[in-house]
Design a protein around this ligand. Sequence first.
Ligand code: ADE
Ligand code: ZN
Length: 346
Amino acid sequence: MDVAMALERLPKVELHCHVEGTMRPGTVVELARKNGLALPTSDPTELYAYSSLDTFLEVFWLVQSVLSDRDDWARLAYESVVDGAAHGLVYRETFFTPARHLDAGQDLGEIIAGLGEGLAAGEAETGARVALIADIDRAYGPGPGLEMVRRLVELRRGGSPGLERVLGIGLDSTELGVDPAAFAEAFALAGRERLRRTSHQGEDTPPTTIAAGLDVLGCERIDHGLSILDDKELTARVADARIPLTVCPNSNIRIANKVERLELHPFPQMREAGLLVTLNTDDPALTELDLGYEYRSAAEAFGYGWVDMVQIAVDGVEASWLDEPEKGALRTRILEGAQHLAPDEG
Ligand code: ADE
Ligand code: ZN
């Protein structure tokens, strides 16, 4: 088997993927029709056009807007697992960002129940496992963010269906002109309730926002963290503490427009600095990416061999929010798969 095929099949973990960003263009069109929503174009291939994080977010919001009821969330979740597993996904912690749906009157419990149904169906079919992270949308401001966490806490206490999948909260959407400190109360509540915490920081902004994610929001993981190497002290601190960064190299080229081509992405320098970095797609359907491509392109651009790539997959286990016995089982699954697949690298 060649390296490309082996990397496609290698059992992989993904910790930075937005479930809405996995929506197939055909599903966007079908759900829009079902829910009576007009799209700017009826050609699914023309829907996903953008040139920066903020113009990308407009497409992301449009995609989100077609999710009207529990069945829509279930369909999205199901397809996300099937599409991920087709490229070697075995475990994912996936974001959902329900701000605009809650604003429009949908119930968080129904959204999570729908996601849970779809994920369960996808898991049964593929053998992959998926957990959830409820993201606050920065663009909606701190009030709705806090409200979402309060409702999440209430649903968890009531044992609502699907809630056992929600491991923690995150923070996404635009970073420009938004002070992470505005979300401190929502994150403090999540911390008191033993929900795990992560946030998108440093995708489009300097390392001060990464430090704020850790020190002000209490995050135990940072999504992207692309600018971290600009601050040597922070880099050393995050490396020493094994605080994971969920890095999305191809997304940083296609969405944030922060890196011109993959060879110029700092992923290898981040690893060399001792940072626990994981490899992820972010919004695969909206960017024409998949996890197999993410691994293949990284191996080629950064000159990594099979052993490096298996280590990157295993690093995803360490960075996950699974408990220790589950981490052990997942690590074994990856290493056994890797042994079976090991390519002839010549
Ligand atoms: N929501 C979906 N993808 C995102 C990204 N790359 N950055 C911030 N928010 C997002
Ligand atoms: Zn993201």
